[in-house]
Ligand binder design. Structure first.
Ligand code: GYE
Length: 302
């Protein structure tokens, strides 16, 4: 067992807190469903809260889980900083915390010390995979508009950096404009519109998630341009609507960010209770979709 962390006893059933950050897109809904399904399968009680995009509400959601005496808290935080005091409060109350999908600022809280572990994807790798696809398939399309995720969130920071470093190393590409559209479809449409008006010669859109990519596609079609052809579209997540958009020729490539946390989360809980050593980062396995496999894969997406 990792020194200094609250212990977890072996029991037949657990009362497990799951503090979700928001539920405004298919990825979040799939993540929550995966947790609910796995808890039901194991016969564990799941105390579920939805912070609706508010860090302040999520802080109070965590305090109420502490007050209810949950055995463990799975915390899906929105930004890298504001939940750090809540993580400490849980530790002080002897409740292990597992961070989900977005890590905290490592300067403020550490896996194995302040919280048990981080379960999630390699965001920089997703950026690199899409850059590699682009470098191979750009055929002269080199002017990139980037739709960033929620400002201050790890996926926005790392998806940006992984992609930017890789296209820079390849040479010949230019990220002509980057702006946050908060992982949201409607903002994705609006930001794509204003950035494409300012940079009409841009011919690649790199969106940090499917929702923003789908918003950008809606704008491109309104403007009489062909997404996936005149303007290449790259995205992250891999929800059904977006993978179907690859089949339809409107998105070119998607790096999956797997939202099915249930099985790996509850397995990690059991391993910890059994005294096993938990790695600081339990990595999710992510697929990659493009025209070579989207039609075959779409049925299995969420
Ligand atoms: O990609 C996005 C969601 O934190 C990894 O959050 C997650 C991201 C996911 O809103 O669509």
């Amino acid at each position: 067992m990792t020194a200094g962390l609250p212990p977890l006893g072996q029991k037949d059933t657990y009362k497990v807190g799951f503090a979700q950050a928001e539920s405004n897109n298919p990825w979040r809904i799939a993540q929550t469903k995966s947790m609910q399904d796995e808890a039901a399968k194991l016969g564990y009680q799941l105390v579920y809260t939805d912070a609706q995009g508010s860090a302040a509400k999520q802080v109070s959601d965590v305090s109420s889980m502490i007050a209810q005496g949950v055995d463990v808290i799975f915390l899906s935080l929105r930004e890298e900083k504001p939940l750090v005091p809540a993580i400490r409060a849980a530790k002080d109350a002897d409740i292990p915390v597992v961070l989900f999908d977005r890590p905290v600022d490592p300067g403020l809280a550490k896996a194995g010390v302040d919280y048990l572990t981080f379960i999630g994807s390699d965001f920089a790798e997703a950026g690199r995979r899409l850059a590699a696809w682009l470098i191979k398939n750009a055929k002269g399309k080199t002017k990139i508009i980037e739709l960033e995720g929620t400002t201050g969130s790890a996926p926005a920071n790392d998806r940006k950096k992984g992609f930017a470093d890789a296209v820079k190393a390849a040479g010949g590409f230019q990220i002509v404009a980057s702006q946050s559209a908060d992982f949201s479809r409607d903002k994705g449409r609006q930001v794509a519109k204003s950035l494409l008006q300012a940079h009409p010669d841009a011919n690649v859109i790199y969106a940090h998630n499917d929702e923003m990519a789908l918003g950008a596609i809606a704008h491109l079609e309104d403007a009489g341009r062909k997404p996936g052809k005149d303007v290449l579209v790259l995205s992250i997540d891999g929800g059904k609507e977006a993978v179907q958009a690859i089949v339809d020729g409107k998105i070119n490539a998607i790096a999956e960010c797997n939202p099915r946390f249930g099985p790996i989360a509850f397995q990690t809980l059991k391993n910890y209770a059994a005294g096993g050593k938990i790695q600081p980062w339990v990595k999710n396995i992510d697929k990659f979709y493009d025209s070579s496999n989207a039609a075959a894969e779409v049925a299995g997406t969420y």
